[in-house]
Design a binder for this molecule. Structure first.
Ligand code: BG6
Length: 489
């Protein structure tokens, strides 16, 4: 079914995510003809908005996001608002009536998406109430989309999952990790599994180490309340960073189906060596940003960003060495790092290959240029292969050269945003780029031990300047193994 029909119910329609991501994504799907006229969106939240207010907000969000706004009035007319209390039975009955009415108007064949874009403490309650009030006993399909955070640690994630599973089956649950909707993250599997020159070398015999970086120049912004209870490890490592590691480390699936791909990712995550609490310092580094200068601008440290952060010990930076104990990866470190207020916004992967047994062309260690495969995810999208070639006119001197493919060119205007792709996948019933519960569970169990060890010890914060690439301990982490971070832009 290429033009899916559905009612999309957004819990938390007055929030930031709806405004910044969901409304523009639905608009793009509509404009590109991927969804037909047969859809309606019901926005739910506590505030007493009307359809008109919601439609105005939808209009504003589209105007902020795009310069071309064809059919905007007509598009907005598909939006409906209901003031909603997630614990009140009347709210669910009202929602049921509204859905039934709109299903008649828009011919959506009973297909329903329930999108939870709100405070996570209510995820369980909503899922159970959707079942209790028969909102998911519809003629078509029913799917539940859940934003992170999916729990705070493994036990709370388990509890939440149990609640949701009381109402929805695993294949009806779409746990969003928006990194899985990024074009170049989706490209990891293709680059690996469609190229002989990489796949044959993709193991501990030929790769020296793999580095995954997601640095941000932004600080905590206005999310102090959420972020200070989360920190970089829960906010980024538990989900996005470990998902990228899984895609880099997994075995080739036997088929490109959801189950096969997920089961290979799960196996890779299961093979990650757990970190013992007394060994955390050897493998992980945490940081918190101090004041500093970025692009000529003087910036405050994290603790000065809001009153409640004055004594915070929350980490805004993490770097780590992940070991995967399986045949392919034994002995090869996967280094990850992510943080706020770093020198630049950049998401990239660097695969460093081992040196050849004897290199005739370099004089000393300092001019050693190992082959690198760089996958640029953001802001540039592309791949670059770093090779050595003869320096023109110089007898036997080698110099590094780059072979680059840039994905930003011709396609960029039409490249769908991550959320747009994921929402469309959900409407088509394709859960491949959503995380299975087992992936969530293995990721939590890995980071829980790190967080528990950190909790026992007061950190020495702040320890990196805004506008830098993080604390010096993160460099030492690699130097211990004779490696260093490759700075790639
Ligand atoms: C979100 C985190 O999941 O990812 C944010 O909650 C972070 O703190 C964001 O800024 C980064 O996403 P992206 O796509 O800009 O790399």
């Amino acid at each position: 079914q290429q033009n899916p029909k559905a009612i999309i119910v957004i819990f938390g329609a007055t929030g930031d995510l709806a405004k910044r991501k969901l409304f523009p994504s639905i608009y793009r799907l509509y404009q590109s003809g991927k969804i037909s006229e047969d859809f309606a969106v019901i926005g739910l939240a506590r505030r007493s908005w009307s359809n008109e207010i919601l439609r105005d907000k939808v209009g504003e969000s589209i105007e902020d996001a795009f310069s071309s706004r064809e059919d905007l009035e007509h598009f907005k007319s598909h939006f409906y608002y209901q003031s909603f209390d997630v614990t009140d039975s009347g709210s669910y009955q009202g929602l049921n009536d509204l859905i039934l009415e709109l299903e008649g108007m828009y011919h959506t064949e009973g297909n329903r998406i329930f999108y939870l874009a709100m405070a996570p403490e209510f995820f369980g309650t909503i899922a159970i109430n959707l079942k209790t009030y028969c909102l998911k006993d519809n003629a078509g399909w029913a799917r539940l989309v859940i934003e992170k955070p999916f729990g705070h640690d493994l036990p709370s994630a388990q509890l939440l999952n149990n609640q949701i599973r009381e109402a929805f089956d695993e294949d009806q649950i779409y746990r969003i990790d928006h990194y899985l909707g990024k074009e170049m993250v989706q490209n990891i599997e293709v680059i690996r599994f469609a190229n002989g020159i990489f796949e044959h070398l993709w193991n501990n015999r030929f790769i020296s180490n793999i580095q995954v970086t997601s640095s941000e120049s932004l600080g905590v912004e206005d999310r102090a309340r959420y972020y200070d209870h989360s920190g970089a490890t829960r906010d980024m490592v538990q989900n996005h960073m470990l998902q990228m590691v899984a895609l880099l480390a997994m075995e080739p699936p036997i088929k490109l189906t959801t189950d096969e791909i997920r089961s290979e990712k799960i196996k890779a995550l299961r093979a990650i060596r757990p970190i013992k609490s007394d060994e955390v310092d050897e493998s992980f580094v945490r940081g918190q940003y101090d004041d500093g200068v970025l692009n000529g601008e003087q910036l405050h440290g994290y603790r000065e960003e809001a009153e409640e952060l004055a004594n915070s010990n929350t980490e805004t930076y993490v770097a780590g060495k992940i070991m995967i104990d399986n045949f392919r990866w034994a002995g090869i470190p996967f280094y990850i790092r992510t943080g706020k207020r770093m020198a630049e916004k950049s998401i990239n992967i660097v695969v460093e290959f081992k040196d050849i047994p004897m290199n005739l062309y370099h004089q000393d260690e300092s001019d050693r240029n190992p082959n690198l495969l760089v996958i640029n995810i953001q802001p540039n999208e592309g791949i670059t292969l770093y090779l050595n070639a003869k320096k023109t006119g110089h007898g036997s001197v080698a110099q590094p050269i780059q072979l680059s493919y840039n994905n930003n060119g011709a396609h960029s205007i039409n490249t769908p945003e991550a959320y747009e792709k994921l929402l469309y996948d959900c409407m088509l019933g394709d859960a491949t780029n959503f995380t299975h519960w087992d992936e969530v569970a293995y990721s939590w169990s890995y980071i829980d031990s790190i967080l528990q060890a950190w909790e026992k010890k007061e950190p020495d914060f702040p320890n990196y300047a805004s506008g830098s690439m993080g604390p010096k301990e993160a460099d030492e982490l690699l130097e211990k193994n004779g490696h260093h971070w490759w700075s790639i832009t």
